[in-house]
Write a protein that binds this ligand. Structure first.
Ligand code: HPA
Length: 274
C-alpha cells in the first residue's frame, strides 16, 4: 500500500462530495451495523466501486462507506470491515484506516463483538477497551516499507486508546445506567474460536475480552496519530470451567441486544468532540 494508492482512493471518495470534511471515522463491527441507521446520509459508496479497496466477504457485513452526519458532526463510516481470517493481508485489513487518515480523519471509533474472559462480565455487556495484546497476530500491520506519511517507524504504544475518550465513555455509560466495564482486548487470528486451554491461557495473560478484529486498525490509527475509542460487546462467556458450545446466532443476538446502549454511547461521545 503506497501513499499514491492511498491517495487515489481518498481522492475518489473526496470527488463524490467535494465540500465534505470529517474529523471522525467509525468502523461498525459484527451485528452492530445499526448505528448506521442513525446517520443522516449524504453519500454512500459500496466498497466494490472504490479503487483499490478490498471487498468484504462475510455475509453479516454489508460493505460500504457512508459519508454523513451523526450527533451533529460530520462522520465517515466504514460499514463492514476486513478480517485477516477472510484471507486479506494485514495491509489490506488496515488500508481503510490509511484512507480515512488521508481524508483528514482525526478520531477513530471502533466497535466489535468479543468473548468475555473476565468473570464479572455478562452476555451483552459493554467493555471499553483500555489496552490490547497484539502478540497473537500473524504479523504487524506496520511490517514493510514505512513512508514518512505513515508516521513513525517504531510507534509508541504506551496508550493507543485515548484516555480522555475512555473517561468520557465511562461517564456516558453511567449516565445511561449501563454497567461500565473496561479492560484489555486480545486479538487473535480466528476464524475458529478458542479452546478451553486457550481461554485459560489468555486469561492468565491479562485478557478481559478476546476477538478477531480491531487491533490491526488501532495500531495503524495510532501510528498516524488518530485519537482512538474502542468498545467491545461481550457476545459469549469464555470461562474454561463452564464453557458451552458457542452458537453464531446467539453471538449475533447478544450483539443486537447491546446495540441501543452502544449506539447511544457512540452518539453522545461524538457530540462531545469539539
Ligand atoms: N473468541 C474470538 N472471537 C470472538 C469470540 C471469542 O470467544 N466471541 C466473539 N468473537
Amino acid at each position: 500500500m503506497t501513499p499514491e494508492i492511498i491517495r487515489e482512493t481518498s481522492e475518489f471518495i473526496q470527488n463524490q462530495l467535494p465540500d465534505f470534511e470529517a474529523k471522525i471515522g467509525i468502523i461498525l463491527g459484527t451485528g452492530l451495523g445499526h448505528l448506521a441507521q442513525e446517520i443522516e446520509v449524504l453519500c454512500e459508496i459500496p466498497y466494490h466501486v472504490l479503487p483499490h479497496f478490498p471487498i468484504s466477504t462475510v455475509e453479516t457485513h454489508s460493505g460500504k462507506l457512508i459519508l454523513g452526519t451523526l450527533g451533529g458532526k460530520s462522520v465517515i463510516c466504514l460499514q463492514g470491515r476486513f478480517h485477516y481470517y477472510e484471507g486479506y493481508s494485514m495491509q489490506e485489513v488496515t488500508f481503510p484506516i490509511r484512507v480515512l487518515h488521508s481524508l483528514g480523519v482525526k478520531y477513530l471509533f471502533v466497535s466489535n463483538a468479543a468473548g468475555g474472559l473476565n468473570p464479572v462480565f455478562n452476555i451483552s455487556d459493554l467493555m471499553i477497551i483500555e489496552d490490547h495484546v497484539a502478540l497473537f497476530l500473524p504479523e504487524s500491520p506496520l511490517r514493510g516499507k514505512n513512508p514518512a506519511s505513515f508516521g513513525p517507524r517504531f510507534p509508541d504504544m504506551s496508550q493507543p486508546y485515548d484516555l480522555e475518550l475512555i473517561n468520557q465513555g465511562k461517564a456516558i455509560l453511567k449516565e445511561l445506567g449501563v454497567t461500565v466495564h473496561s479492560g484489555v482486548y486480545t486479538s487473535v487470528q480466528g476464524p475458529q474460536l478458542e479452546t478451553k486451554a486457550e481461554y485459560r491461557l489468555l486469561r492468565q495473560l491479562g485478557t478481559d475480552a478476546v476477538g478477531m478484529s480491531t487491533v490491526p486498525e488501532v495500531i495503524v490509527a495510532h501510528q498516524v496519530g488518530m485519537k482512538v475509542f474502542a468498545c467491545s460487546v461481550i457476545t459469549d462467556l469464555c470461562f474454561p470451567e463452564t464453557l458451552k458450545e458457542a452458537k453464531f446466532e446467539e453471538i449475533l443476538a447478544a450483539a443486537a441486544q447491546a446495540e441501543p446502549s452502544l449506539t447511544q454511547l457512540f452518539i453522545r461521545l461524538i457530540q462531545q468532540i469539539s
